[in-house]
Design a protein around this ligand. Structure first.
Ligand code: F6R
Length: 366
């Protein structure tokens, strides 16, 4: 059942090239220059007229929502707010007639997300679900939606659900931006082509596994760890930290890299591993200077870089290379070594990878 892997989590990490392909199959038609997600087609006017998108989710799905915030704002020029479902449901949220709510949930059974959807519906919002489990409560409770085709995710730590959620939300943003005319034609076609190459590039990112395992063996006993990223990869830093916390029980925090100087940099000393997501993209020079700041305080740098990088390589203690892609699609690649890192550290610490303590696959209680 684990297909030759020691754990479901590792199997699911390795399923990502196919899971992503399955999520865009039939929806991404590069030759015709078309993106078609039927739930979006059926409600295209609602998305085009949206004054705002409110994304509600929990945990890893909330992180996918944060990536989507950057993507929707950039591609479709729609303001986006990303809310923890548990906070949204217990306050008195402002919902206006042209707000569109997107609820993201792998299981489709998360109690807080379900309650937030009900509240949004009561307030008159159109609610669109992004779920993995077909026929789940959230898929039934929403007005419309689309499924990620990740296949069953059994490991409690979410992996392929995250990358397929980002894939689907990217398709949605591309479709809406095309309809609204907010993205230049050439850029649109370039994204379509680039998205189609992602499964192959995820495969290449998986090939870092042995190097990541070596790095894991060096840091497995660290009591703390910091994850940094900027822009599209800031949510990936949060997700990397969450993965490490939940399966290896190491205290980890994710931060936007530039926020370090406002406090967290005080934590840095020679015992602190800092994972920096630093692909060659916009603001690369800024992340290089963030790395210098950490080096100057003797922090240990594990950097995720684009193949062929030289600048970060000269500064970091360890580098893990991922293939080059568009900035907006880089979370799909940068996430992979972080999943592997937390996996190997958890295994080396003898943790129960697939069923971490105190956690359940779907959180059906408040
Ligand atoms: C993290 C994890 C949780 C879930 C969260 C939401 O690895 O598994 O944080 O992401 O409980 O679950 P869904 O997506 O099923 O609503």
């Amino acid at each position: 059942e684990k297909g030759g892997f020691d754990h479901f989590m590792l199997k699911e990490i390795y399923e990502q090239p196919n899971a992503i392909k399955d999520t865009f199959r039939g929806r991404l038609r590069v030759d015709e220059g078309i993106v078609k997600v039927s739930g979006v087609e059926d409600n295209l006017q609602k998305f085009m007229n949206a004054d705002r998108i409110i994304i509600i989710a929990c945990g890893t799905s909330w992180h996918a929502g944060l990536v989507a915030e950057y993507i929707f704002e950039e591609f479709a020029r729609i303001p986006v707010e990303v809310e923890y479902a548990s906070e949204f449901r217990y306050r008195n949220p402002v919902i206006r007639p042209n707000d569109v709510v997107i609820a993201i949930s792998q299981s489709g059974e998360t109690a807080d997300t379900l309650a937030a959807i009900k509240l949004a519906k009561e307030r008159g919002a159109f609610v669109f679900g992004v779920c993995n489990v077909v026929g789940s409560s959230i898929s039934r409770e929403t007005h419309s939606g689309a499924y990620t085709h990740a296949g069953p995710e059994i490991g409690v730590a979410s992996t392929k659900a995250f990358t397929t959620q980002i894939t689907l939300l990217t398709l949605m943003a591309l479709r809406i931006s095309r309809a609204k005319g907010t993205m230049a034609r050439a850029d649109y076609f370039r994204y379509l082509q680039e998205l189609e190459l992602i499964p192959e590039k995820v495969q290449q990112a998986l090939e870092t596994n042995l190097e990541v395992q070596t790095i894991a063996s060096i840091y497995k006993d660290a009591p703390n760890c910091i994850y940094l990223g900027r822009g599209y990869n800031y949510p990936v830093a949060l997700e990397g930290a969450l993965k490490l916390k939940e399966i290896s029980y190491i205290h980890a925090e994710g931060y936007p890299a530039a926020e370090m100087k406002h406090g967290p940099i005080a934590l840095i000393d020679e015992r602190m591993p800092v994972v920096v997501i630093a692909p060659k993209q916009e603001h690369y020079d800024k992340i290089v200077s963030n790395i210098q700041e950490i080096k100057a305080r003797s922090g240990k740098i594990i950097a995720i870089v684009t193949k062929g990088d030289t600048q970060v390589k000269a500064l970091a203690d360890h580098v893990i290379e991922i293939p080059e892609t568009s900035d907006a699609l880089s979370p799909l690649l940068a996430t992979i070594p972080l999943q592997l890192l937390s996996y190997h550290i958890a295994v080396m610490r003898n943790c129960n990878v697939d069923q971490p303590r105190n956690l359940a696959k779907s959180v059906t209680v408040e």
